[in-house]
Write a protein that binds this ligand. Structure first.
Ligand code: G3I
Length: 343
């Protein structure tokens, strides 16, 4: 078989190429998978294992086993790790639901950031310090943190992270923050952190987009506006969904039509969609290359189509095709278009 070109090598002089990783991959259960990951990627973000529910299952108990393995995997294979994530309203430990006092929330928040960022100082390259704190209109999401700690909790999280991890890059990460209103909220966050004399090194645009509807103009404008604040710009969870999705928010199952809930491409992706996906990825990477002085990393949310969270959301058991490699790690037309930009 012909050797598949390497993304990380092709874009080495431009930006890092990352993927998210899960337990089976980190455990190196399949040597061929490891070989494939190491050949294609030089950056990785844990898909779930560094979220607080998994790292911090009980009030006084941390479980670092998988996260330590991830760090060892990165060291062994020369892959830089982006920790994900210190402060997020989702995937919180269940005990948080029982906490009603602001003081206890503050104790959890402070202890968690100090302990986790401190443990991995010098071991991870960067942290998504705060994830998804914004509503679509640019206001702050009513999370347990906002509710109990007030508006300053984001700056406070960065301050604590900076103290615990002075050499680690610190980022704010969100989805749809290339959209004008949410972008404005994100810009306010960066400005506020900087005004407090606290360090923020970058903004992550997750990049969960839909085939044929990638908002190129908003993306370019966002790269420029974020970079103008003096922070790095990263695409942190890139995938391009191909299945119907005409809903907003999480409680969507009920609002989807029977047709949308079905699995239209279970037997394969129609050629027209495949070509559109390839064109979307090609145009995205053209844009990233155009702004390679500002864009430092492009991370895919999964190694191949079979790994993607989009096979299971908003309903389980769909067959999605959002990435550059198919379920057998074979390159798709989108991969060929992207790699051709460097030939
Ligand atoms: O591990 C349990 C398993 O024990 C249990 O049997 C099973 C049944 O529900 O659930 C498993 O946990 C699931 C976990 O993924 C690991 O597979 C959770 O239910 C599921 O909710 C969780 O989904 C993750 C999701 O974040 C949670 O919000 C996805 O894998 C992960 O890709 C996704 O990643 C997020 C980023 O962190 C932030 N940005 C958006 C992105 C996509 O939603």
């Amino acid at each position: 078989a012909q050797t598949i070109p390497s993304l990380k090598d092709a874009f080495r002089k431009d930006f890092g190429i990352g993927t998210c990783l899960n337990n089976a991959q980190i455990d190196e259960r399949d040597p061929k998978t490891t070989e494939f990951i190491v050949r294609q990627f030089n950056m990785a973000t844990p898909e779930n294992i560094m979220k607080s529910a998994l790292l911090h299952p009980k009030w006084d108990t941390y479980n670092f086993e998988m996260a330590d393995k991830l760090v060892a995997f990165g060291k062994k294979h020369n892959i830089k790790i982006n920790g994900h994530t210190l402060v997020w309203h989702s995937q919180l430990p269940p005990f948080i639901r029982g906490i009603k006092s602001p003081d206890s929330i503050r104790t959890f928040f402070t202890d968690h950031i100090k302990t986790v960022a401190g443990r991995y100082e010098g071991k991870v390259f960067s942290w998504d310090v705060v994830n998804e704190a914004l509503n679509e209109d640019g206001t702050l999401r009513k999370s347990v943190f906002l509710q109990h700690l007030g508006d300053d909790y984001i700056t406070e999280a960065f301050r604590l992270a900076q103290q615990a991890a002075p050499k680690t890059e610190l980022y704010y990460n969100d989805y749809n923050n290339e959209q004008p209103k949410k972008r404005a909220g994100c810009i306010d966050i960066v400005k506020k952190i900087k005004a407090a004399g606290v360090r923020i090194d970058g903004v992550g645009i997750q990049g969960h987009w839909h085939v044929g509807k990638v908002p190129f103009a908003d993306i370019e404008e966002s790269i420029l506006q974020y970079a103008a604040l003096g922070v790095k710009v990263m695409f942190t969870e890139l995938d391009i969904e191909v299945l119907p999705r005409n809903f907003q928010g999480a409680d969507v199952g009920a609002r989807m039509t029977a047709n949308e809930q079905s699995n239209p491409y279970v037997n394969g992706l129609p050629d027209a969609v495949q070509q559109q996906l390839a064109a979307d990825y090609e145009n995205l990477f053209k844009l990233f290359l155009k702004h390679k002085d500002k864009v430092t990393r492009v991370t895919f949310w999964g190694v191949n189509d079979g790994d993607s969270w989009l096979n299971g959301w908003p309903i389980r058991g769909r067959t999605n095709y959002p990435l550059l490699f198919d379920r057998n790690n074979q390159p798709k037309p989108a991969f060929e278009k992207v790699i051709a930009l460097k030939k």
